[in-house]
Design a protein around this ligand. Structure first.
Ligand code: HEC
Length: 251
C-alpha cells in the first residue's frame, strides 16, 4: 500500500488548485473537465452586448451576483475556449439582495468586482477598476438595458447614489413608485444585472487594450482622504449630513 507523503499531498494541491481538488473529491468531474489552473485566467476581449444579454437570461436562475458573474465567465469561456465544467457557480447566489438579503453591497457590483478580481492580478489595478465600476454604478441613471423580449414598457431609471443594495433599491422604489418586493423591482434588478456585467467587460476591455477606461467612463469622483476613524470610498453625503467633510475637519 502506498502511503501518501506530505510532499505528494502538496504536489496534488499545487497541481489541482482548490477548485479542481474540491470537484475531484466530489466526483463531479473528470480530469479533462477540470476548471483551468490559476495561470489560465487570462482575460480576452468580450462583447458587452453579448454579456448583457447573457446576464439578463441568467438572472432568474441565481439572481444578481450570479447573473453578472456567470454571464462574464460563460462568455469568456466561449471566446477563450477554456472549459468551465465543474465551476461552482451556485456559490454566487449568496450575493442576492446585498448578500443573503442584507442590503449591503449590490450583487451586480459584487459579481462584476469578482470577475475583475479573477482576471486582474495586480492589486492596485484591480482596485482602480473596481473603483471605476462602483463610481459609475453610484452616479449613472440605470437600468439602461432593454431586453429583446421586452413586452414591458421601459423600466424607470434612477441614480442609485450608493453601491449598497438597500439605498440603490430604495431610490429606485422612490423614483418608480413600485415596492421593493414587486415584480417591477425584480425586472429592474434583472436589467441592472445586464448593465453592470456589460460595464465590467467594457472596463476589462479597456484594461486589456491598455487604453484608459477613464476616457470612456465617467471620471471617478474625488473622494476625501482617508479619515482617522473610518474606511471606505462611498459617497459620504449619502448618509452624513455634513457631506464630504464628515469626521475629517474635526480631528
Ligand atoms: C451608507 C451610509 C454611510 C456612508 C456612505 C458613509 N458613512 Fe460614515 N458612518 C455611517 C454610520 C452609520 C456611522 C456610525 C454612526 C455615526 O456615529 O455617525 C458612520 C461613522 C463615520 C465616522 C466616525 C464618526 C465618529 O464620530 O467617530 C466617520 C469619520 C465617517 N463615518 C466618515 C465617513 C466618510 C469620510 C465617508 C465617505 C468617504 C462616509 N463616512 C460614508 C454611515 C455612512
Amino acid at each position: 500500500m502506498k502511503k501518501t507523503t506530505r510532499r505528494d499531498l502538496l504536489t496534488t494541491l499545487g497541481l489541482c488548485g482548490g477548485l479542481g481538488l474540491a470537484a475531484e473529491y466530489a466526483g463531479a468531474v473528470t480530469k479533462e473537465s477540470k476548471p483551468p489552473a490559476a495561470e489560465t485566467w487570462r482575460y480576452v476581449a468580450l462583447d458587452p452586448k453579448v454579456v448583457a444579454a447573457e446576464a439578463y437570461r441568467l438572472y432568474p436562475e441565481g439572481r444578481c451576483m450570479y447573473g453578472a458573474f456567470r454571464a462574464i465567465l460563460e462568455t469568456w469561456s466561449k471566446v477563450s475556449g477554456h472549459s468551465l465544467d465543474g465551476f461552482p457557480f451556485h456559490m454566487f447566489g449568496y450575493g442576492h439582495g446585498g448578500a443573503g438579503g442584507w442590503g449591503t453591497l449590490c450583487g451586480t457590483a459584487n459579481g462584476g468586482a469578482a470577475a475583475i478580481g479573477l482576471f486582474v492580478k495586480d492589486s492596485e489595478r484591480r482596485d482602480e477598476l473596481i473603483g471605476e465600476l462602483f463610481a459609475w454604478y453610484e452616479r449613472t441613471r440605470l437600468p439602461r438595458y432593454q431586453p429583446a423580449d421586452a413586452l414591458t414598457s421601459k423600466v424607470v431609471q434612477t441614480m442609485a447614489g450608493s453601491v449598497l443594495c438597500h439605498i440603490s433599491v430604495a431610490h429606485w422604489c422612490e423614483g418608480s413608485g413600485a415596492g421593493p418586493t414587486s415584480k417591477e423591482r425584480k425586472l429592474r434588478c434583472r436589467c441592472l444585472t445586464a448593465d453592470v456585467a456589460a460595464k465590467t467587460v467594457e472596463l476589462l476591455n479597456h484594461h486589456l487594450s491598455g487604453t484608459s477606461a477613464q476616457a470612456s467612463a465617467e471620471a471617478t469622483p474625488k473622494r476625501p482622504e482617508q479619515s482617522a476613524r473610518a474606511v471606505g470610498k462611498m459617497q459620504c453625503a449619502m448618509c452624513h449630513q455634513d457631506g464630504d467633510k464628515h469626521g475629517l475637519s474635526s480631528e
